[in-house]
Design a protein around this ligand. Structure first.
Ligand SMILES: Cc1cc2nc3c(=O)[nH]c(=O)nc-3n(C[C@H](O)[C@H](O)[C@H](O)COP(=O)(O)OP(=O)(O)OC[C@H]3O[C@@H](n4cnc5c(N)ncnc54)[C@H](O)[C@@H]3O)c2cc1C
Length: 411
């Protein structure tokens, strides 16, 4: 059977490795950390995944935590006004539920499954020189190493990457003890709190190493009042800062968080990165070619919570392309065509995410405001997180936005 090397054991690398393994491919997975190191290490994401991405996992029988993870049935939007007011506040219902399973739980569990099923797991931080060697002994080398150093092999696609600098400073805290959400006590939702000119606070339930928890996730405009986490090393100080900023900018969320405690000492994360699309094919010094996967080739800011969704969609698309290729060579033309098929989905994510990073134009403000009185619009917007291609129909063009709002009002 064909031999495939996958570098990186994250959402895309593991999903692809387990999918190929199930089809009888001889898969080697290279990870710079063991399952235990991942499980006991720092949180990496908020990893909220919507229906289509979760379905790819179900299709491979990898939904091991589905019954334990909270079901996220809605997506709420609040906009902060002066003096703690909340002029906009609504929730849209998702057609299929979303879920967040802490990547520490999922990646560690999937890695162990891969090894138990006979997969070859190599614990090693791969360097370009390693790949040069391996590209001669494998039929295909896939680089699924996220935003790490190996991205340097893949040139930046300037036309598809409008930003050269990070657009948000990220600060995540996993907590137990958050009070119930009073607005809709009957179901769980992910809540986007928009603080104009300052940033966003996302709150969502998750399944972490200690059971059910909630994630508090600030996205701050660089240089602004939320951009204060980079020097903070003490997790307790990180949480205390998170809560202080909630009290100042989103007091309705702070009211639920007065008893919040960190899930564990590794339950915080701070960082930033520039959203970047890259050339999908990397050329090694010895002439071999490698194909980039998921974040390596398309890394968007997490403001729209799409990266893990995209990683799942990328893994599913690549899996289908590899199987369809049969015994034919995985040459450069195939690699480019495989990426192009994925980009057809990913381009919508990139366009929408980059739009959300800028100041919203008037028609988008109208849309978000009007959704409060038009449940069909709120639902449509919420379900766009599952399929961002739908935003083409009403989000970017003021005339299309107006048509949507008029149609919804007429109903
Ligand atoms: C704060 C934050 C919040 C987020 N929230 C969401 C969200 O709510 N929803 C969502 O869909 N997405 C979210 N994302 C994005 C999402 O986490 C990523 O896009 C997704 O994990 C990318 O998957 P991947 O497989 O490409 O890479 P990763 O998950 O990054 O996996 C890459 C793996 O490769 C390993 N690796 C790196 N270098 C090497 C090497 N040289 N050799 C071997 N192994 C290596 C890494 O250790 C890692 O295990 C968020 C991201 C951040 C930072």
């Amino acid at each position: 059977m064909r031999k495939i090397l996958i570098v990186g054991a994250g959402q895309s690398g593991l999903q692809l490795a387990l999918g190929l393994q199930a089809q009888g491919y001889e898969v080697t997975l290279m990870s710079n950390r063991t399952a235990d190191e991942i499980r006991t290490g720092r949180v990496m994401s908020t990893q909220c995944m919507f229906h289509t991405a979760l379905q790819h996992e179900r299709d491979l029988g990898l939904n091991f935590w589905e019954s334990q993870a909270p079901k996220i049935e809605g997506l709420g939007v609040s906009v902060a006004g002066p003096e703690g007011a909340r002029p906009i506040d609504w929730v849209g219902r998702l057609d299929g539920y979303a879920q967040s399973v802490d990547q520490r739980v999922k990646m560690a569990g999937w890695m162990e499954t891969f090894a138990q099923r006979g997969g070859q797991l190599v614990i090693h931080g791969a360097a370009v020189s390693d790949l040069d060697y391996f590209s001669r002994t494998y039929d295909l080398v896939l680089v699924a190493a996220g935003k790490g150093e190996l991205v340097s092999m893949f040139g930046r696609d300037a036309e598809r990457s409008p930003y050269t600098e990070p657009q948000r400073a990220l600060a995540v805290a996993y907590v137990h003890g958050l009070g119930p959400r009073p607005e809709h006590p009957g179901f769980d939702a992910v809540r986007c709190n928009l603080v104009p000119g300052v940033g966003e606070l996302f709150i969502m339930p998750t399944l972490t190493t200690s059971g059910r928890a909630d994630i508090l996730f600030w996205e701050g405009i660089p240089g602004g009042p939320l951009d204060v986490f980079s020097g903070v090393k003490d997790p307790a100080e990180h949480l205390s800062l998170t809560l202080k900023l909630m009290e100042r900018f989103t007091p309705w969320e702070h009211a639920r968080a007065t008893k919040a405690e960190l899930t564990d000492a590794n339950g915080t994360l701070a960082g930033r990165y520039a959203p970047t699309v890259r050339n999908p094919v990397g050329r090694l010094p010895g002439g071999g070619l490698v194909l980039g996967v998921a974040d390596v080739v398309v890394a968007n800011d997490p403001i729209t919570g799409q990266g893990s969704n995209s990683a799942s969609k990328c893994a599913a698309a690549y899996l289908a392309a590899i199987v369809e290729r049969g015994e034919e060579p995985f040459d450069e033309a195939w690699m480019r065509a495989t990426f192009d098929a994925y980009w057809d989905t990913a381009r919508h994510v990139t366009k929408w995410t980059n739009a959300m990073l800028g100041a919203p134009p008037e028609h988008v403000l109208n849309l978000i405001g009007a959704a409060g009185g038009l449940p069909a619009v709120a639902d449509r917007f919420a379900n766009g997180f599952n399929d961002p291609a739908d935003f083409e129909n009403y989000f970017y063009d003021p005339e299309k936005t107006e048509a949507l709002l008029e149609g919804a009002a007429a109903q």
